[in-house]
Design a protein around this ligand. Structure first.
Ligand code: GAP
Length: 441
C-alpha cells in the first residue's frame, strides 16, 4: 500500500469545506477576508483540542483558570505597549493600493498584484489592534480595543486570583479566548487570521527561579503536542536570538510545525520577567506585588513564564498531520484518511446498517442510542457501504460498526478499524467495553 502526506494547503481547504470542518466566513456574500467559520466537525475537533489543553494546564494544584472579557480598560493597552508598539511596518503600492508588510516584500521588484514598478510608498507603522467605540458617544474618550492577546486579562487579574484562591508562588493562571489582530498579510487558511483563539498560561514565580520553570514548561508543552498525535519529525524548536527577543523577555522559544506552506510558529514559550506587572503598577497606580510568607514576608513583583498557543494553529497542525492519501490513482482502493489520534477525532464511531431495511435499522438505532450518549457518533444509512466507509475515513472516524443480516441471528456487529481497515466481529453487548478499551487515554 502506498501512502502520501498532505501535499498542498488547497487539498486541506477542499476537504475542510467538503466535510464540514471549516467554511469561509459569510460565504454567501463572497466571504470575508481571513475570517473562517468552524463547521460541525471542525468545532468538535477544535473543542477536543481546547479541552485537552484545559485539562493538561488546570488539572494541577498550581494552575487555575479564568475567562476575562475581550474589552478591557484602554489604559491596559497603553501599559502593555500595544498602543505605541504593536505595529507592523507596511508599504502601499501607489498604483493598485495593495498593502504589504515591508519586511515581507522586496520593494525593488514590481508589485506582485498589478506588476507596476517603483511604486511603493515609504514604510509606515500600522497598528494591528482593532478599535471600536464603547457607549453612545463616539469620541476618542470612548475608544476601546478588541484584545490582541488574552494574556493581559491574566496580568490585571493576578492579585484577584492570588488572593481569592489563596495561591502561593509559583502558580499559574490559564485562559482560552478570542484575540483580534488587523494583520496586514493574513493567509494560509486558518494559520494567520484576523480573529483567532489563544490558549495562554502565565506562571508567576519568584525572580531568579524563572529559568528552571521555563525549562519545565518547555518540556510539558512539547509533550502536549506529541500527545496530540503530531509526528515528532514535523515539529521543532526555534530559539529567539538576542536580536529577536522582545525587550521585556529574557528567553523565548517557539514550537514550530511543518505546515504545507512551510515551517510556522504554533506556540511561544516566553520568560517575560516582571515587565507586564510592573507596567500595570505604573499605569494603574496600584501595587501588584506579592508578599512572600515563605521568605520573611519579602515583597516583590513576580516574574512570569508564559506559554501561548493558538487553538487554530493547533487545529491546522492536527488536520495537516492526520491527512493521508493512500493508493493514489489506484481506482477504488484510493482513499483519503484523516488519521486523527482517537482522543481528538471529532466523531468517534459510526453506526451503519448494511441496507435501509427496518429489521436492520431497528438493531442499528438501538446501538446508536446506546453508544451516542458516551461517544460522539454518526448514524448513516444512505449510499453503498463502501462510500459510507470512505466518508468516515475522510472525517477520521476511528471505528465503523456495521449491522447486517447475521446480526439478527448472532447479535454481533462488524467493527472496522479506520487505519488498518481490518474488520472483526463482536457481540453487541461487548461494544461499549470495546470502545472503552480503545478510547482509554
Ligand atoms: N501573549 C503572547 C502572544 O500573544 P504571539 O506569539 O503573538 O504571543 C501566540 O501569539 C500564539 O497565538 C502564536 O504562537 C499563534 O499560535 C497564535 N496567533 C498569533 N497570531 C495569530 C493569527 N493572526 N492567527 C492565528 N493565530 C495566531
Amino acid at each position: 500500500m502506498s501512502e502520501s502526506n498532505l501535499k498542498s494547503m488547497a487539498d486541506l481547504v477542499s476537504l475542510s469545506k467538503r466535510r464540514g470542518f471549516v467554511f469561509q466566513s459569510s460565504e454567501v456574500y463572497g466571504g470575508l477576508s481571513s475570517c473562517y467559520d468552524y463547521g460541525p466537525l471542525g468545532v468538535e475537533l477544535k473543542n477536543n483540542i481546547k479541552n485537552r489543553w484545559w485539562k493538561t494546564m488546570t488539572l494541577r494544584e498550581d494552575v487555575v483558570g479564568i475567562d476575562a472579557s475581550i474589552f478591557m480598560h484602554p489604559q491596559v493597552w497603553k501599559a502593555s505597549g500595544h498602543v505605541d508598539g504593536f505595529n507592523d511596518p507596511m508599504v502601499d503600492c501607489k498604483q493598485c493600493k495593495s498593502r504589504y508588510r515591508a519586511d515581507q516584500i522586496d520593494t525593488s521588484k514590481p508589485c506582485p498584484a498589478c506588476g507596476s514598478k517603483d511604486t511603493f510608498t515609504e514604510p509606515r507603522d500600522f497598528n494591528l489592534m482593532f478599535k471600536t467605540q464603547m457607549g453612545p458617544v463616539e469620541d476618542s474618550s470612548s475608544t476601546v480595543y478588541m484584545r490582541p492577546e488574552t494574556a493581559q486579562g491574566i496580568f490585571v487579574n493576578f492579585l484577584n486570583v492570588q488572593s481569592t484562591m489563596r495561591m502561593k508562588l509559583p502558580f499559574g493562571i490559564a485562559q482560552i479566548g478570542k484575540a483580534f489582530r488587523n494583520e496586514i498579510t493574513p493567509g494560509n487558511f486558518v494559520f494567520r487570521m484576523r480573529e483567532f483563539e489563544q490558549m495562554e498560561m502565565q506562571y508567576f514565580l519568584k525572580p531568579g527561579t524563572q529559568m528552571e520553570s521555563f525549562e519545565k514548561w518547555r518540556e510539558i508543552r512539547w509533550q502536549w503536542h506529541i500527545d496530540n498525535g503530531l509526528r515528532a519529525d514535523r515539529i521543532r524548536w526555534k530559539q529567539h536570538g538576542p536580536d529577536e527577543l522582545a525587550h521585556y523577555a529574557d528567553a523565548a522559544w517557539d514550537i514550530e510545525y511543518q505546515f504545507a506552506h512551510g515551517w510556522g510558529e504554533m506556540e511561544g514559550i516566553h520568560s517575560r520577567t516582571d515587565f507586564d506587572l510592573t507596567q500595570h503598577e505604573k499605569f494603574s497606580g496600584k501595587s501588584l506585588s506579592y508578599v512572600d510568607q515563605m521568605d520573611g514576608n519579602k515583597k516583590y513583583v513576580p516574574y512570569v513564564v508564559e506559554t501561548s498557543v493558538g487553538a487554530d494553529r493547533c487545529f491546522l497542525a492536527v488536520m495537516s498531520d492526520a491527512y493521508r492519501l493512500e493508493n493514489e490513482g489506484q481506482g477504488d482502493s484510493e482513499r483519503v484518511v484523516m488519521k486523527f489520534h482517537p482522543k481528538l477525532a471529532p466523531v468517534k464511531t459510526a453506526i451503519l446498517p448494511l441496507m435501509k431495511k427496518p429489521e436492520l435499522e431497528d438493531v442499528a438505532r438501538k446501538l446508536y442510542d446506546d453508544v451516542s450518549s458516551d461517544y460522539m457518533s454518526e448514524y448513516d444509512v444512505s449510499g453503498s457501504i463502501g462510500k459510507r466507509y470512505r466518508r468516515q475515513d475522510e472525517i477520521g472516524t476511528p471505528f465503523c460498526m456495521t449491522v447486517d443480516y447475521d446480526s439478527l441471528t448472532d447479535q454481533s456487529v462488524t467493527i472496522r478499524d479506520r487505519d488498518t481497515m481490518k474488520q472483526e466481529r463482536i457481540n453487541v453487548s461487548q461494544v461499549k467495553n470495546y470502545l472503552k478499551d480503545h478510547f482509554k487515554f
